[in-house]
Ligand binder design. Structure first.
Ligand SMILES: [Zn+2]
Ligand SMILES: [Zn+2]
Length: 170
């Protein structure tokens, strides 16, 4: 492949370009496939026709049917939900280049230790990453935060309802 920053040929396994020092794949002035000069905003290389859109590190990450995941979570009394939470966190970290971020396992532990408070922050971070992944500047972070608060409140409401009914029937 060719360095996207300086256009010189580099090894396919190279992490960093040995000619200019820029991480492999970074830069937008040369095509990684043919080494030809391209417009920084170009989506396709006009020299060789290859897509210039940055490839996401999707190896090992599978699409998941949301409806099936929700049903599985319900059937397994939440056990699948924990697995889903862990995988989702790790996959989102990887796709957004935040692999040093709190891993799914740690996030899960933190949620348990903080009695769920951490999950509100988790939801916020997840929203931020979702925006980065979708390459848009909407406010999913706030939406996710509100949603997680809303769901927590729904849990409180349900618990309160059960307490109220127990008092009534006493
Ligand atoms: Zn270079
Ligand atoms: Zn090209």
């Amino acid at each position: 492949m060719y360095c996207r920053n300086c256009g010189k040929e580099i090894s396919d396994e190279a992490m960093i370009c040995v000619h200019c020092g820029v991480p492999a794949g970074k830069g937008n002035t040369y095509c990684s496939n043919c080494g030809g000069e391209v417009h920084p905003e170009a989506v396709i290389c006009v020299n060789c026709g290859v897509s210039l859109k940055k490839k996401l590190p999707t190896e090992g990450i599978q699409k998941r049917n949301i409806a099936v995941a929700i049903i599985l979570t319900i059937i397994t009394c939440g056990i699948y939900g924990i697995y889903w939470f862990v995988k989702l966190t790790n996959e989102m970290n990887r796709l957004t280049g935040n692999e040093q971020d709190t891993s799914g396992g740690v996030a899960c532990l933190l949620t348990i230790v903080t009695c769920g408070i951490y999950s509100i922050y988790w939801a916020y971070r997840m929203g931020e990453k979702r925006d980065r992944l979708a390459e848009k500047d909407s406010s999913s972070a706030i939406l996710y935060l509100v949603l997680s608060l809303f769901i927590s409140i729904a849990v409180y409401a349900l618990a309160q309802d059960a307490i109220n009914k127990a008092i009534e029937n006493n």
